[in-house]
Design a binder for this molecule. Sequence first.
Ligand code: ARG
Length: 418
Amino acid sequence: MYRPVRVPSTSRFLNPCVVCFIVVTVVVILAVTVALLVHFLSFDQKSYFYHSNFQIRNVNYSNQLTSPATQEYKILCGKIESVITESFRKSNLRNQFIRAYVARLRQEGSDVIADIVMKFRFTRSYRGATLKNRIEPILRQAVNNFGNLEVNPSPDLTSITVQDAANIFTSECGAGPDLMTLSEERIIGGTKAEEGDWPWQVSLQRNNMHVCGGSLIGSTWILTAAHCFRSSSNPRQWIVAFGLSTISPTMRIRVRRIVVHGNYDPSTRENDIALMQLERRVSFTRNIHTVCLPVATQNILPGSTAYVTGWGSQEYGGNTVTELEQVRVRILSNNVCNAPTSYNGAILPGMLCAGLPSGGADACQGDSGGPLVQEDSRRLWFVVGIVSWGFQCGLPDRPGVYTRVTTYRDWINQQTGI
Ligand code: ARG
């Protein structure tokens, strides 16, 4: 019977294919291991946050330093930040240093304490203690470079979590989500806002229905428009809702008192400003905290960028929306806004116009009372306008008209102490 002859394999162990396979496998495993090692040792960087406070002896804590809106505050913080930054830029940590920021100025006796948050990027393999030992001498050296600022010679330095850093920022006004983590400037695109983008924005509601927007300016105070209360100024009929969504807010607070400007004039819309005092204090979080108020003398520059946010309708006559929206606009001078082809003289000194020359970007019905905000050079957000009125929405030469917050800065202070 026929049997196929078995071809004996030349050598089971030296089959070139097998050898090739083994070699390739070993090389691949080695390469992957080396790549992973290199990655984790040098490229896998992690952010580290440090907190320090500088006690400044020869600067008196005056009224000028109580608000981040004042020139004095900005200059002092700017000076501290630039000296620290320079020290690190010149040091051997220049590639690891990201940013130093004065998150808060506070008073201790007659001294000023500056709370400083610093961000570094190190590879993961670094040890915390080593980091601290490398940062400390550079910080101490910075202190010697302050010149006319008398600072305690050895400032303390503590490693903090990103959450601790955020907590320091949320206790002060105007911090956006990018500032809280000392991150790159945020690109605000599209129209839908994300959680924590505009942490001061509130929805003023009656019978669970959104009526107007507002801004949190203190732990118990909301800034809004007077015309929101034409239907009712009874605090018991109102509720303040926090969070992105008007239908499922993250928090609701009752209203104790409504203060409408005594000279609000519905026919001219002059003095369209009001305040709401809340029943209880708001405890600030990453996603709920205050916006800064500008000083009365602050110049709001025509041509500068601003953002308006709210749940207002997307077209004139449309319905309000349930998720918070944002839009970028530009400030216009009152002169341009009063041109015969525009509002023809209806813009009073206590008003402020913002929009785009071709239209298309504007607040609309339901946005009233909400904030028009601008970011300053230290990346803090200020409420410069309150959504007040406009001819329809988004038309060319018919920009949005806002209550000019600087005009009413003293009035706000008289009513709230803020
Ligand atoms: N008065 C409107 C309101 O009650 C706000 C109108 C704003 N209009 C505008 N085109 N910017 O919601």
